[in-house]
Write a new protein. Structure first.
Length: 148
């Protein structure tokens, strides 16, 4: 008698998880869509928002900021799609204006939902995130950004 076991299977349940890496995608919107703003994100509570992580060139001495965000596409009017390798319960964010001045930064709760795969093996995750943008006002008019 030969007994074959797989790395992900647990006895007595006869299944095996595929060797697939899963990712997470978050749709990020501003509560007040405003032209000319940029977004930086990071994965986790104690992270530092920064640029999207990119591979470091061989021989480079650069040390990238470990944000955990590997893709960020979109804009401040239509929203962004962020790609991450994990599904953090909290994400740090920084919203800046066209001059690089920080408009708002903070930490947001993220509620992820598995969109494929199985409960036993996991799967890709998706979350819809809305950043409650509080714009500074002078005499009732925002002096730095224009609402769309």
């Amino acid at each position: 008698m030969i007994l074959a076991l797989t790395g992900c299977a647990s006895f007595p349940i006869p299944f095996a998880c595929p060797a697939i890496g899963y990712s997470s995608a978050a749709s990020v919107q501003l509560s007040a869509p405003t032209a000319g703003l940029s977004l930086e994100l990071c994965s986790g509570e104690d992270c530092l928002p920064g640029p999207v992580e990119e591979p470091v060139k061989v021989g480079s001495t650069a040390t990238p900021i470990a944000t955990g965000v590997f893709g960020l596409e979109g804009d401040s009017v239509g929203g962004w799609t962020a790609t991450l390798l994990d599904s953090p319960a909290l994400m740090g964010y920084r919203v800046s204006d066209a001059d690089g001045a920080i408009v708002q930064e903070g930490i947001i709760d993220v509620d992820w939902a598995r969109i494929d795969g199985t409960e036993q093996c996991g799967g890709n995750q998706h979350a819809d995130v809305i950043i409650d943008l509080q714009l500074p006002r002078a005499n009732g008019v925002d002096s730095r950004v224009r609402h769309v």
